[in-house]
Design a protein around this ligand. Structure first.
Ligand code: PMP
Length: 435
């Protein structure tokens, strides 16, 4: 009597068959395969297993669903994609610069730390707009700020490390943190931004290694970190000797043209890794991001970059360097802020008209996102599917790690004339789910 279950044996045989170690032919039974390692395999590779391999977790299913819906139906009104519409990007200005300058004069590899004229342009930019005095050697150019976050999580932290993040927090950072094996501890965000009160307790209990914050017009809430909290956060970081990653892609989109000091500009102990990007102020497709960090960190990450991809393509770096130093940049920013404010007001008008009692929100003073609480709360997945059926997409709140019952509307991507009709579609979808 064998102590093995029959189905275990059947399973084992089918695995061996899948691996090509045994062969079965009807009529002649099963035998060990003549197949030798290195010879042409007789079976298709198990692609599913490969696709599930590696260290990256898949993105949140809702985000994949939204991308798929937009691909299948480009006429959906898009309140989901966190980017500017084409008319908000400086397309004419960049086309003019590209005509004026001979970009193809050098097309070799450039320094993986970044194209020097772009780093020089950023030294001036950071001083003028973010109050940061730095030098070219402290700047690393990355493929968007996303890659800065990626390099930090993969190269400076180790699996099992604990980090403090915002709740809710930037959606595409979450699977990336989890793929790096980090343990995530959340600090709540309200209308004054992230509340740092629990930092000491978290540090004591979990040995926090790093703090991530998006202090200006936070994604997804649109809120700004209050001055007192900034001071508290810096003080806590100083006391605990903790680095803060200041993820700052939205600060220049303040509708009143205010430039709030960056955390980095008021930090006296060198606790900040500062990250910026052209994605929300010019064009996300340029994939230009930057990091300002201590030289040892920049050198380490530039070296990793050499292994990964030899640095960013020189062409967008040349374009960005020209654009940032050109007379076009400032008027473009002014126009962008005005148009974003106009779009925000269209969204508020539409919400007041279509959903006067069904949503609550704080009005953002900059940025591209509006965070709305639904009353009553609606199941995220049902609402998203219903909205897609009605021709509109948004991002459900649970994607940001927060409770369900919230939605994020991004108002920068949709055309101005689509904002009202888009909210009307959303309201219709909502009504079909509420009694
Ligand atoms: N950080 C935050 C807070 C963001 O909202 C985004 C984009 N949505 C990014 C980083 C990444 O942007 P990019 O790589 O295009 O600069």
């Amino acid at each position: 009597q064998l102590g093995v279950n029959r189905s275990t044996v059947i399973l084992a045989f089918s695995e061996l068959r899948a691996l090509g170690i045994i062969e079965s032919r009807s009529g002649s039974g099963t035998r060990v395969s003549q197949h030798k390692w290195g010879a042409t395999p007789r079976h298709t590779p198990n692609w599913k297993r490969y696709a599930e391999g590696g260290s990256f977790l898949p993105n949140v299913p809702f985000l994949r669903r939204i991308r798929e819906a937009l691909q299948q139906n480009p006429s959906l009104i898009d309140f989901a994609s966190g980017e500017l519409s084409g008319d908000l990007s400086p397309l004419n200005e960049i086309a003019a610069l590209m005509r004026e300058h001979h970009y193809a004069s050098y097309l070799g590899y450039v320094d993986p730390q970044g194209y020097m004229p772009l780093r020089q342009a950023l030294v001036a930019y950071l001083d003028k707009y973010r109050g940061i005095q730095t030098t070219e050697s402290s700047i690393l150019i990355t493929s968007g700020s996303q890659q800065s976050l990626f390099l930090i999580t993969q190269c400076l932290l180790s699996p099992g490390d604990a980090v403090a993040i915002e709740d809710p927090s930037y959606a595409y950072s979450l699977p990336m943190f989890q793929s790096a094996g980090l343990r995530l501890f959340r600090l709540p965000v309200d209308h004054d931004g992230m509340c740092p009160d629990d930092l000491h307790a978290l540090y004591k209990k979990h040995r926090i290694k790093m703090i991530f914050t998006n202090p200006n017009f936070q994604n997804p809430t649109g809120m700004v970190l209050h001055e007192e909290r900034r001071a508290k956060l810096l003080e806590a970081a100083r006391e605990l000797g903790l680095p803060i990653v200041e993820d700052d892609p939205y600060s220049l989109t303040d509708y009143n043209g205010l430039t709030r000091p960056s955390l980095k500009s008021v930090d006296s102990t060198g606790s900040i890794i500062y990250i910026g990007s052209l994605s929300k102020i010019a064009a996300s497709g340029l994939r230009i991001g930057w990091m300002v960090a201590p030289n040892a960190i920049v050198e380490r990450l530039a070296d990793a970059r050499q292994q990964m991809d030899f640095g960013l393509s020189v062409i967008p770096q040349q374009v960005a360097a020209q654009f940032l130093s050109s007379e076009h940049f400032e008027p473009h920013l002014d126009r962008l802020r005005m148009q974003l404010l106009y779009k925000r007001d269209l969204l508020i008008e539409a919400l007041q008209k279509e959903l006067p009692d069904a949503v609550q929100y704080e009005i953002p003073q900059g940025g591209i996102h509006m965070w709305c609480k639904l009353i009553p709360e609606i199941h995220d997945a049902k609402l998203l599917e219903e909205a897609i059926k009605h021709g509109v997409v948004f991002v459900p709140g649970s994607v940001y790690g927060s409770d369900s019952g919230f939605v994020r509307f991004t108002f920068a991507r949709a055309k101005t004339e689509d904002i009202g009709p888009g909210i009307a579609r959303f309201a219709k979808a909502l009504r079909t789910l509420t009694p």
